[in-house]
Design a protein around this ligand. Sequence first.
Ligand SMILES: [Zn+2]
Length: 102
Amino acid sequence: MARKGLFKWKIAVYVARVASGITSPNDFNNKVLARHIVEAIRNVGAQLRDERMGSLICPICGKGPFTKRGYYLHLTRTHYYHLINLVEAESERILGVSKNIV
Ligand SMILES: [Zn+2]
C-alpha cells in the first residue's frame, strides 16, 4: 500500500484542522473516508480543542497559546503520530472492535 502514508497524513491534517478551529467539527465531512473514520476525526479534533480566552493550548504537551494556524502547524509537526493513533483508537472504539492496534 504505497498510498497509505499519504492517507495517514491526510487524517492528521483533518484532525489538526478541526482541533485548531480552521474547520468546525460539524462541517467536517469527506465522502472518500469511511463513516466511522469521519466520526473519529470529528471526536478527536473536538477533544484536542482547548480554547482559553481566545487562545489555543495544546492538551497533549501543554504548550501555547497558539493562533489557529500556529496550533494547526504544531499538531501536524509535533504530534503527527499521536493524532493518527488517537483516530485509530477512536475509530476502533466506534466500531466496537476490541483489537490491539498498538
Ligand atoms: Zn503539543
